[in-house]
Design a binder for this molecule. Structure first.
Ligand SMILES: [Mg+2]
Length: 358
């Protein structure tokens, strides 16, 4: 089936809390590109290219990247996914977010042609639903505890506490949230690179008494030795996120056992195909993995959900429900229910542009 259309549209989604911030920035909106690829038999597949400055991707740059890659996609046989994706890597180094959108759209097209859910292309589902972790923005300990209470009351049993590198304040945040939600709720933290290794070791050992399941990217992305040092000196599972930006980086993290876990994200890894490969690398080294934050349209979350349902070793909540705090989503067909996302029915991703036929 010949690819006859490759259209992109910028998506701007407002946050319901315009003061939302984390250690690396603050913005009242989330931007991305919706990519639509259509074939001459009338099928269409969609992908989401994520604007995330801390992962190296900006809206204007995504425009240019998608435009540059378009000629490697238009006119091709949509079934030749591997050949097209290999061609993208030859056409341009990097650009994982743009390539991820193309990869996802091609896989969705193929799943639709076969009449199967997207996860059917990756071995089929090993589970029907995934517990969802929701993220708490950096605020005062009392404000974060209040937000934690709201989310727990809405059915969420997993929360991530964003922290920013001040040991005393961050420990106070964790203490306030644990005191508010009680013992039954799972807590993780994400420092987004904001600690020195020694401060991370101090902070995490102090937080451990409040029971933290996992701590994400404590130190700067470039500090590989520092990350390994933290992993060896705290009782909490250490997860790489920004430092796990490609299969090659994940390979090194795994072979040198610099972390206990890896956050898999379709945009930073360049698509579903690479995410599956990265998961297998983790499995080979007995390193944990799960699907990390997909902040953007339900379209992005749906792709992550299909991957999470196809990967055997996902053993912790995935961060695929942030769309619930965003407005103006151009896609529909996915809602978090009582803290879980269920695989949507139907062929492909199971989500569709607002107003399109289910
Ligand atoms: Mg993170």
């Amino acid at each position: 089936m010949k690819i006859v259309a490759f259209d992109t549209q910028v998506s701007v989604m407002r946050k319901d809390d315009p003061t939302w911030k984390f250690a690396l920035g603050a913005s009242p909106i989330i931007e991305g590109h919706i990519l639509r690829i259509a074939t001459d038999d009338g099928l269409e597949g969609f992908g989401y290219a994520s604007t995330t400055a801390h992962m190296g991707s900006l809206t204007g740059a995504l425009d240019a990247e998608l435009e540059h890659l378009k000629s490697s996609v238009l006119g091709r046989d949509a079934d030749e996914i591997e050949s097209i994706l290999t061609g993208l890597d030859r056409a341009m180094r990097g650009a994982p977010q743009a390539k991820a959108a193309i990869d996802c759209a091609l896989h969705e097209l193929k799943a639709k042609r076969l009449g199967i859910p997207l996860c059917g292309l990756f071995g089929g589902k090993v589970r029907d639903r995934v517990p969802i972790l929701r993220i708490l923005a950096i605020k005062t300990p009392a404000e974060m505890a209040a937000q934690a209470r709201k989310l727990v009351d809405a059915g969420y049993a997993y929360l991530k506490i964003k922290v920013h590198g001040d040991v005393a304040e961050d420990v106070a945040r964790v203490a306030a949230i644990r005191a508010e939600v009680g013992e039954g709720v799972h807590l993780t933290i994400d420092a987004n690179q904001s600690y020195t290794p020694k401060d991370a070791i101090t902070a995490l050992n102090a937080m451990a008494k409040h029971v933290i399941d996992l701590a994400e990217q404590p130190v700067p992305v470039e500090d590989f030795a520092g990350l390994a040092l933290v992993t060896r000196n705290v009782p909490i599972v250490i997860e790489a996120d920004e430092a796990a930006g490609s299969i090659h980086e994940i390979y090194r993290l795994v072979t040198e056992r610099a972390v206990d876990a890896v956050s898999l994200k379709i945009p930073k890894l360049g698509g579903l195909r690479n995410t599956l490969a990265a998961a297998r690398v983790c499995e080979a080294g007995e390193i944990k993995y799960r699907m990390g934050a997909a902040v953007g349209s339900r379209l992005l979350a749906a792709h992550g959900l299909h991957m999470a349902c196809a990967l055997p070793r996902v053993d912790y909540a995935c961060e695929l429900g942030e769309f619930a705090r965003l407005m103006d989503d151009p896609f529909e067909g996915l809602e978090v229910k009582n803290g879980f996302l269920e695989l949507p029915a139907g062929a492909g991703s199971g989500v569709r542009p607002i107003g399109a036929k289910a």
